[in-house]
Write a protein that binds this ligand. Structure first.
Ligand code: SF4
Length: 190
């Protein structure tokens, strides 16, 4: 049939194709150390980017604008020019949990407020952190044995830093934020 390969032509074409494949593979031959160099470059880039993310996370904590009782007045002091919290990267209080990653629980938590506090926590961006600010948030404070106040926010949320005092000072909160930074950066353990 016209146009059909003879057996000899077929063998020649096959040989040429095999040769082409071999040549192309030789051209792309990778020396073993090149591959390892690439792998180490990638892992170095990954570790550098992880370090950058951690550095950014540590130095840009965004507290949520959220207060429950008299300790919240101290939060206002924390946001004042006298404390100047922004110099350490504790930025503006955010009005929505979706833009915040630190919950400052300032005040007593009634049992009826627990679902709302939990909902706000769950709406915050991850990773998220909790600071129990003051005696009430830490253990119930003066209402330790009250029928309607829980004995500390750690009954319902994981707390990263506790701040003692009734009320604690804004400076204590500043120190708590430093402790939180140290915890996030791995300088101190839980
Ligand atoms: S710890 Fe003291 S100041 Fe703070 S909310 Fe409780 S009673 Fe008020």
């Amino acid at each position: 049939m016209e146009g059909e390969y003879t057996e000899e032509e077929f063998q020649i074409a096959k040989k040429e194709m095999d040769q082409l494949v071999q040549d192309s593979l030789k051209g792309r031959e990778i020396k073993p150390n090149v591959m390892f160099a690439k792998m180490s470059d990638i892992s170095r880039a990954i570790s550098v980017s992880k370090g950058l993310v951690k550095w950014a996370r540590v130095n840009s904590l965004w507290p949520m604008q959220f207060g429950l009782a008299c300790c919240a007045i101290e939060l206002m002091g924390f946001g004042s020019a006298r404390i100047d919290a922004e110099r350490k990267g504790y930025l503006l209080f955010r009005g929505t949990p979706r833009q915040a990653d630190v919950m400052l629980v300032a005040g007593w938590v009634t049992k009826s407020m627990v679902p709302e506090v939990k909902r706000l926590y769950e709406q915050m961006t991850e990773p998220r952190y909790v600071i129990a600010f003051g005696e009430c948030a830490t253990c119930g404070g003066p209402w330790f044995e009250s029928y309607n106040i829980i004995r500390g926010i750690d009954q319902v949320l994981p707390v990263d830093v506790y701040v003692a005092g009734c009320p604690p000072k804004p400076e204590n909160l500043f120190e708590a934020m430093i402790k939180l930074q140290e915890k996030i950066s791995g300088k101190i353990e839980d």
